[in-house]
Ligand binder design. Structure first.
Ligand code: GAL
Length: 661
């Protein structure tokens, strides 16, 4: 087990980032030391993509350069988060093992020249990864600078090669037991897909029309297990030489090909990277969405923001800037929601190479710059929050997330491309965030009893057990909102017969969906309460539920669109279309009211985030983060950790961290 919590070793919360000194030379390293002191950096992630330097030829290691930097950082009071470099194999490796290069679904084998170009199932890759992880652990495992192990980087690369096919078959045999069971699960009786031997079964490679959805879903599950196995191999290799905590950085909220609940259970500390895709208030909302996901994946344990950008918003084909003050606001937004600090990618903006235009803590302009001044100000703020280490955050509403449900909305042949799992989750979170409520994410199979309100925005796939769990939740007094196209299929992607959703949920919601009617791209339906629905509609039969809003036109006229059902001592709500933003916000406000959930702080105006961290001994701290342009008076003066004195007002765009009773 691990010897010390990260924050004990650091003596406070973490602040720093990816550090790639190999891109620079000695005068710059000297300046780095000085600037890191100024910015109060206490943790640097080293070696993430350094495999070619650490092992210039197979089996020949060169640690001298890394020794220099690890010792230098240590002497400068900066602890090390040491990465295994396995996200970027060196050229010698891929030349020697072309069978370990990624193969795309269409059979194209990629070539060397970027990063993340490897196949996780290739034996040569797995062996080489274990070897380099072991060599690093042996050398640095008990180095006094070492605070954390960072296995790999953002596991995400999928591969469809023959190694993968072989491993997939082994996994399928284990899951299904027999070929007959696989044929039954995948519905291969149709389209002449029946398999007569295991050798005939392949990964879902490019084919002419719809791929088999069961095959697609199982491939995701298989890949997720493969990632976990690869992570475990490195973790166990490291643990043989080192007692420091081990993690791998997730990339929440959108981009992971794995069951994050399962992977998070393997991590000593959950860590994750966040890059918003829209600037301004949307970026702050995205940070909160990210942070609530990261905390929830670890069951509420403290977690760590492993990467963010000082000035990076990825808007598809361009990198947008953040607003002045966002470095502090986003950093505190994450810490407020349980992160034990804030790290960035990367310390110094690259002068050359693939990520020259990704922002850094020290930008191209150098230390005499707005960005470095904001970094320094943020480092000073984080340094004042040491007493929060180990404290946690509890949400008062849960939004349900399940990897199977996510993947189920990614298979071929669905009735509408408008069913966007990630967007649905983000929208539910955003409405609750706007309402000032702290949100947890939970799995539909979790014990939900402590949440007065649970929102299930996109459970297209719902297992029998999870459906029963949700029924029990409502029967026991919970308020549950289920949104359109939920519970349509079981965990083998077989459609529920006799009407949707799964029977236990039909009982709890008091409805039966008889027919789905996806809408055209630009179609907008008016409901009886004046709200509007897009994307999807359903022919719903109330079976005990009360209709709160109905469709008004066409064959659905007078049919329920929004229903409420008293069941046991709870309430099951069903919404059968995608409501417009204003109406959705009003619905969420109504549900919060009925479930008795208030905002974190009563009376605050919108666009002021409020979150509370709790210590096991009863101490509490309240974060207030303003996204407003005018000052906001506080209900009563309180001690602010950031200024070290009493405050009575939140300045425009400002942040306070209050010690509260
Ligand atoms: C992250 C990745 C970093 C860097 C960063 C900025 O996803 O882990 O290595 O690439 O994005 O693009």
């Amino acid at each position: 087990m691990t010897s010390l919590h990260l924050t004990d070793r650091l003596g406070g919360l973490a602040f720093g980032g990816d550090y790639n000194p190999e891109q620079w030379d000695e005068p710059v390293w000297k300046e780095d030391d000085e600037l890191m002191r100024r910015a109060r950096v206490n943790l640097a992630t080293v070696g993430v993509f350094s495999w070619a330097l650490l092992e210039p030829e197979e089996g020949r290691y060169d640690f001298a350069w890394l020794d220099t930097h690890v010792d230098r950082l240590h002497a400068n009071g900066v602890a090390v988060d040491l990465a295994t470099p396995t996200a970027s194999p060196p050229p010698w490796f891929t030349l020697a093992h072309p069978d370990a290069l990624t193969v795309r679904p269409d059979g194209t084998r990629l070539t060397h020249g970027s990063r993340d170009t490897y196949c996780l199932t290739a034996p040569a890759y797995r062996n080489a990864s274990r070897r380099i992880a072991g060599a690093l652990a042996e050398r640095y495992g008990d180095h006094p600078a070492l605070a954390l192990w960072h296995v790999h980087n953002e596991y995400a690369t999928l591969c469809y090669c023959d190694h993968t096919a072989a491993a997939f078959r082994v996994w399928l045999r284990d899951r299904h037991g027999s070929l007959d069971a696989l044929n039954e699960a995948w519905g291969t009786a149709f389209w002449s897909q029946r398999y007569g031997s295991w050798e005939q079964v392949l990964p879902p490679r490019a084919t002419n029309w719809h791929k088999n959805p069961g095959q697609q879903l199982d491939f995701h599950r298989f890949w997720s297990d493969e990632v976990i196995a690869a992570y475990r191999e490195q973790r166990e290799t490291i643990r043989a030489h080192s007692d420091r905590p081990v993690t791998t950085n997730l990339m929440l909220p959108a981009y992971q090909n794995m069951d994050l609940w399962a992977l998070a259970r393997e991590l000593d500390v959950v860590s994750s990277d966040q890059y918003p895709s829209a600037p301004g208030l949307d970026a702050a909302a995205d940070a909160a969405f990210h942070a609530d996901r990261a905390r929830s994946l670890g069951g509420g344990r403290p977690w760590l923001l492993m990467e963010q950008g000082t000035n990076t918003v990825y808007d598809r084909d361009r990198v947008l800037a953040k607003e002045p003050g966002d470095v502090l606001r986003h950093t505190l937004g994450h810490i407020a929601r349980g992160s034990e600090g804030a790290l960035f990618f990367q310390w110094r903006q690259s002068r050359a190479g693939a990520e020259t235009w990704h922002s850094g803590m020290v930008p191209h302009a150098g230390s005499d710059s707005r960005i470095f001044r904001e970094v320094t100000q943020t480092g000073e703020a984080v340094a004042r929050l040491g007493e929060l280490a180990g404290s946690t955050v509890t949400g008062s509403v849960a939004v349900l997330h399940d990897a199977d449900a996510w993947w189920a909305l990614g298979v071929d042949g669905l009735p509408s491309a408008g069913l966007d799992y990630h967007a649905a989750l983000g929208r539910a979170h955003r409405a609750l965030w706007d309402a000032g409520v702290t949100v947890d994410f939970a799995h539909p199979g979790h014990d939900l009893g402590r949440y007065p309100l649970v929102v299930a925005p996109a459970l297209f796939l719902l297992s029998d057990e999870a459906a029963e769990n949700l029924r029990r939740y409502v029967a026991g007094g919970g308020t549950l909102l289920v949104q359109h196209a939920s519970g349509y299929v079981d965990d083998r992607l077989h459609a529920r017969l006799g009407g949707y959703p799964a029977p236990p949920l039909r009982e709890a919601l008091g409805i039966r969906v008889e027919e789905y009617r996806p809408l055209r791209r630009d179609e907008r339906l008016t409901l009886s309460d004046g709200s509007h629905g897009t994307v999807w509609s359903e022919s719903v039969r109330a079976d005990g539920a009360q209709t709160l809003a109905a469709y008004t036109h066409g064959m659905l006229a007078d049919r329920p669109a929004l229903t409420r059902h008293r069941f046991g001592t709870g309430q099951g709500w069903y919404l059968s279309t995608l409501l417009d933003d204003t109406a959705y916000a009003a619905l969420v406000a109504r549900l919060l009211g009925e479930a008795g959930v208030g905002p974190e702080v009563q009376g605050l105006p919108r666009r002021v985030e409020a979150v509370t961290r709790h210590a096991p001994d009863g101490r509490r701290w309240r974060f207030l983060i303003s996204h407003r342009t005018e000052p906001v008076p506080l209900p009563e003066p309180a001690h602010d950790l950031l200024t070290g004195g009493p405050v009575s007002e939140l300045p425009p765009g400002g942040c306070v961290v209050l010690r509260i009773a």
